[in-house]
Design a protein around this ligand. Structure first.
Ligand code: SF4
Length: 231
């Protein structure tokens, strides 16, 4: 990447120095702590902790990988495989309809979010980095609740450093408006546990195996409680 990085001296409270032009390429400057004006700069070099440099590098690597993917020739799937994928998509769509994932209230109830989604949502709002599977989970969760692509884009853009073009592409892909046309649902709890996204499961989590099932059940519990209180 040809970045100009220097290791800091032992008696310095920072770990690395990065020339400010490289810093500006990836710093999420919508956050105060990343704004150049709030950084310590010595002779044109921005002073960074190790984890901050890693954050900037991960962004650069992400862009690099995306460039490679964008410029690669499109691979034609063998007809046999193509047919099987179509069949799997059909089965998935039928199951999704039979489970009734679309039946949610018009207004999103944050109080009914499962702990994993609540945690991802909070991370998004405070600008903490969210892993790829975390972003996929959050986006597919909101889309299945009925949030529009524009609303989601607004949420991501106001609260994070995500690249707008890329974010739109990812949301449209998960919504089934791009690529295979499949509208995705969040991964099951087992998968989220494997990837470390399942954080702080509560008692209700023991009765379900999918974050959307949690949401449906929690809404029912909240409504039941409301009707008891109104009686
Ligand atoms: S058990 Fe499932 S719904 Fe509950 S926090 Fe873990 S992944 Fe989320």
């Amino acid at each position: 990447m040809n970045w100009k990085i220097k290791k800091a001296d032992h008696d310095c409270s920072f770990d690395y120095f990065l020339i400010f032009t490289d810093y500006l390429k990836n710093a999420p400057s919508s956050y105060d702590r990343w704004k150049l004006v709030n950084r310590t700069i010595i002779e044109g070099n921005v002073c960074l902790k190790k984890n901050e440099l890693a954050r900037l590098l991960s962004e650069e690597i992400r862009k690099y990988v995306e460039r490679i993917i964008e410029n690669s020739p499109k691979v034609q799937l063998p007809p046999l495989l193509h047919g099987k994928i179509e069949r799997i998509n059909q089965i998935l769509n039928q199951r999704r309809e039979s489970i009734g994932f679309q039946e949610y209230p018009k207004v999103t109830l944050t109080a009914a979010f499962p702990p994993c989604v609540k945690r991802l949502y909070d991370s998004l709002l405070i600008g903490r980095h969210i892993s790829h599977i975390g972003r996929f989970t959050l986006t597919s969760f909101f889309l299945n609740l009925g949030m529009s692509i524009e609303e989601l884009l607004k949420l991501y853009n106001s609260a994070s450093d995500f690249d707008e073009k890329l974010t739109r592409y990812q949301i449209e892909h998960i919504a089934g408006k791009k690529g295979s046309g499949t509208k995705y649902t969040p991964p099951k709890c087992d998968t989220l546990k494997t990837h470390g996204v399942c954080i702080g499961p509560d008692d209700l989590c023991k009765t379900i195996n999918h974050p959307l099932s949690y949401y449906r059940r929690k809404i029912k519990l909240i409504k039941d409680l409301e009707s008891v209180n109104n009686d």
